[in-house]
Design a protein around this ligand. Structure first.
Ligand SMILES: [Ca+2]
Ligand SMILES: [Ca+2]
Length: 142
């Protein structure tokens, strides 16, 4: 079985700003190259304070190890408190301490997890006090 990305439209290149669709839903938006905030391509996600984005992942193989990866950018002011939360069904909530993340410019953050359910939903929530861009979200089997 090829190791395909379990996240669809993870770079938001299929989205027409400011809409999240296809695949993504939530209270966040997307931005296009006019804003100049993308890391790769012409579009990025924009997830500001208390906003979230979510999508149903392609099926996972239960018991297999996967790696979540995404690039985050605090594009206005650096965060001083709170967390960036990544929730995957069946996996303990991952909280990145925002104050310890790179304060400006994109940086990649990742973690590995073992799938416990086949049909999982990915939700990324900005619980920090700073505006945030996001691009290149992926989940590959290790
Ligand atoms: Ca992109
Ligand atoms: Ca932005």
């Amino acid at each position: 079985m090829p190791n395909t990305d379990r996240v669809r439209n993870g770079g938001f290149e299929q989205s027409t700003a400011p809409n999240l669709a296809p695949f993504w839903t939530g209270t966040g938006t997307t931005e296009n190259s006019i804003d100049g905030d993308q890391l790769l391509g012409s579009t990025n996600g924009d997830v500001d304070q208390l906003q979230f984005i979510s999508q149903q992942l392609l099926p996972l193989e239960v018991g297999e190890v996967y790696e979540f990866s995404a690039a985050f950018n605090f594009d206005v002011d650096p965060p001083t408190s709170g967390t960036i939360d990544v929730d995957i069904t069946g996996v303990s909530l991952k909280r990145f301490q925002a104050v310890n993340m790179q304060s400006s410019g994109y940086a990649f953050y990742s973690f590995q997890f073992k799938a416990s359910v086949a049909n999982a939903t990915l939700t990324i929530t900005n619980n920090s006090d700073a505006q945030m861009d996001i691009d290149l979200i992926s989940i590959f089997k290790k």
